[in-house]
Structure formats: C-alpha cells, structure tokens
Ligand binder design. Structure first.
Ligand SMILES: [Zn+2]
Ligand SMILES: [Zn+2]
Length: 326
C-alpha cells in the first residue's frame, strides 16, 4: 500500500510505493524492469494487462471487462500494474503526522497498437485520436472527488525512465496540487498580467521561436534547463486541455509532432520526457507543455541546488533545429 509522505517541515512530498518481491539486487542491477521477449502493450497481448478503463476504437470509447479484452483498438488505457498510488488506499494509522494515504490513480495510455510506431510519425487521424484521448482521460480524472491534480507525462526511451519501448504515456491523479505548481500559481496571482501571455509576446518573432500555427507557438525557453528544451504554448490564454476545441487539439498535435521531429532530426532517437502543466480550476493559469530531451542526468550539483547547468544556449538550439528541418 503506498503512502504520500511530506518532508519533516517543508512543503515537499514523496510517494513511498513498496513493490512486493523486489530484492536488493533488482535495484543494484538496473533501475529498469527486466526485458521480456513479448511486449504486453502490443495488439494481441491485451490479456496480459489489467482490463482497460478506456479503449478508443472507431469513434467509440469502450471498456474491457474482467474476462474479456477488446481487440483492434486505436488507443488503450489501463491501470498501471505497479501503481504509484491506489484508489483503495487506507489512511495510515501508525506513522508520523506528515503522512497521508496514497490515494490516487495511475494509468498507462498506450498510444498505438503497433510496436515500433512513434508519435513523430503519426498520421492526422492518429494524432487527433491521441490528443482526444489525452483530453478525455485528464478531464475524467480531474472530475473525480478528492483528485486535485492530474499529472500527464510521457517518458520515451530507457534513459528517460521508460521501462517499455512501445509508445505510451502515463497519468497520475493526485489528491493535492504539487507544491511547485502552487508556488507558480501564487506568483501568477500576484502578477497584473499573465506571465505566460507576456512570454508569448516577448518570444514571438525572436531568436528562440521555433514554430507557430494558428493556435500554438513552440519556443526554446530563455530559461532552458536542459539542451534543446522546448515549450509549447497556446497563443490564447487558456488554462486546461478540457477547454480545447477539436481544432485546438489537432493543432496541439501538429506542434508536438513538429517539435519531436525537429529534435529527432538532429539528436536521432534521443530519449525525452514531456510534461503537461495545466490547472482546470484556475482560469489564471496558462496551459503549457514542456519537452526535455535527456542528454545527461541530473547529478550532484542539480540535486544539491535545484540549479541546472545547460551547455546549449536556447538561441543556438533553435538555430540548429531550424537548419535541420526536413
Ligand atoms: Zn509493443
Ligand atoms: Zn496567459
């Protein structure tokens, strides 16, 4: 049973999620799961995963039952077999007061039935379905009682934390708003105008602008923590994906594909993470999506200070990315 534990005296949290049958050698060998020969995310292996909570198939959203699995799907969502949080958590009774129950949800979103298919090669229909699934799943979890924040993210490649190569995203629904986001909200609340809207005005037409369409811009932010970091921002002030129109979802998909393809063009199959930043209940927040290629790991200095050393100025990164657009 997992627990959410708060720092002794700071507004910081960790999740303790014990996994049975894990031995010390499992940690010593590798942080990743042992590779099995069969991929359980592939079509045809649906029986090897928990029943799907949402299956996107021919314009419909269906659900598996305990004993039967839907086949021939486009996108498939199911609970993580090793969830960080659980809806069945109980309040801990014998721990210090800064511990709360590990209540929440942890879902896997398998983005395609095909094993080697990647988002950067998705067709218009595929990316549309993918963005709709993001919108649906986040909106669903956000509507649940006791859920305050839904973290939606993608880890691609082992070095980015993905234990399975098949394209997938994850969603963790939390019973509280993460402190980092809360701090950001306080700053935004104290600002006269939206800081993200200001960034858009500042960066449009500048050396860090990589791409724009009718709704979104992609920039290498002035404050780039890692080489080739990219932010996708809606040009309109909008706080959450649940408010996106169908057109916006398609254009968000285009911006994601453009960004990932540009990065791939110069860094080949570089591992990356992307993370959604959004708050449904706070109209002052401005949706943004951050893509961070993994070219090095956070080491002692970063862990000690929270300050990142980035050897690639974002202005140069954009220049290189633009020069290599195919
Ligand atoms: Zn697969
Ligand atoms: Zn704004």
């Amino acid at each position: 049973m997992s627990q959410i534990r708060k720092h002794y005296f700071m507004d910081e949290y960790c999740i303790i999620a014990p996994r049975r049958n894990k031995r010390p050698s499992d940690y010593a060998d590798s942080i990743f799961e042992k590779k099995t020969s069969e991929c359980v995310f592939c079509e045809g292996y649906e029986d090897n995963t928990p029943p799907a909570t949402a299956v996107y198939k021919n314009e419909e959203i269906l659900q598996d039952t305990d004993n039967s699995r839907i086949k021939n799907w486009g996108i498939r969502c199911f609970p993580n077999r090793y969830p960080a949080l659980s809806s069945k958590s109980e309040r801990p009774s014998d721990t210090i007061s800064t511990t709360m129950e590990g209540y929440g949800f942890h879902e896997v979103i398998v983005e395609t039935p095909k094993h080697s298919h990647k988002v950067s090669n998705f067709s218009d229909d595929e990316i549309m379905l993918f963005m709709k699934a993001y919108q649906d799943r986040v909106t669903y979890y956000q509507s649940l009682e006791k859920i305050a924040y839904v973290s939606l993210f993608k880890n691609e490649g082992q070095k980015a934390g993905a234990s399975i190569a098949h394209a997938h995203s994850q969603l963790i629904a939390l019973p509280f708003i993460p402190p980092e986001l809360k701090r950001e909200v306080e700053v935004i609340k104290a600002s006269e105008t939206c800081p993200y809207c200001n960034i858009i005005v500042e960066e449009c037409g500048g050396p860090r602008l990589l791409y724009h369409n009718e709704e979104f811009i992609v920039i290498a932010p002035y404050f780039s923590k890692v080489p080739y970091e990219l932010w996708i921002l809606p040009q309109r002030h909008i706080n959450h994906i649940s408010d996106f129109t169908e057109d916006m979802l398609g254009l968000l998909g285009d911006a994601i594909i453009f960004s990932l393809s540009s990065i791939n063009n110069i860094l080949k199959e570089v591992p990356y993470n992307y993370m959604f930043y959004q708050l449904q209940d706070d109209p002052k927040y401005h949706f943004n999506l951050r893509i961070q290629p993994v070219t090095s790991i956070a080491a002692g200095f970063e862990k000690n200070t929270g300050i990142y050393i980035n050897t690639m100025p974002p202005e140069n990164a954009v220049q290189q990315l633009k020069n290599n657009i195919s």
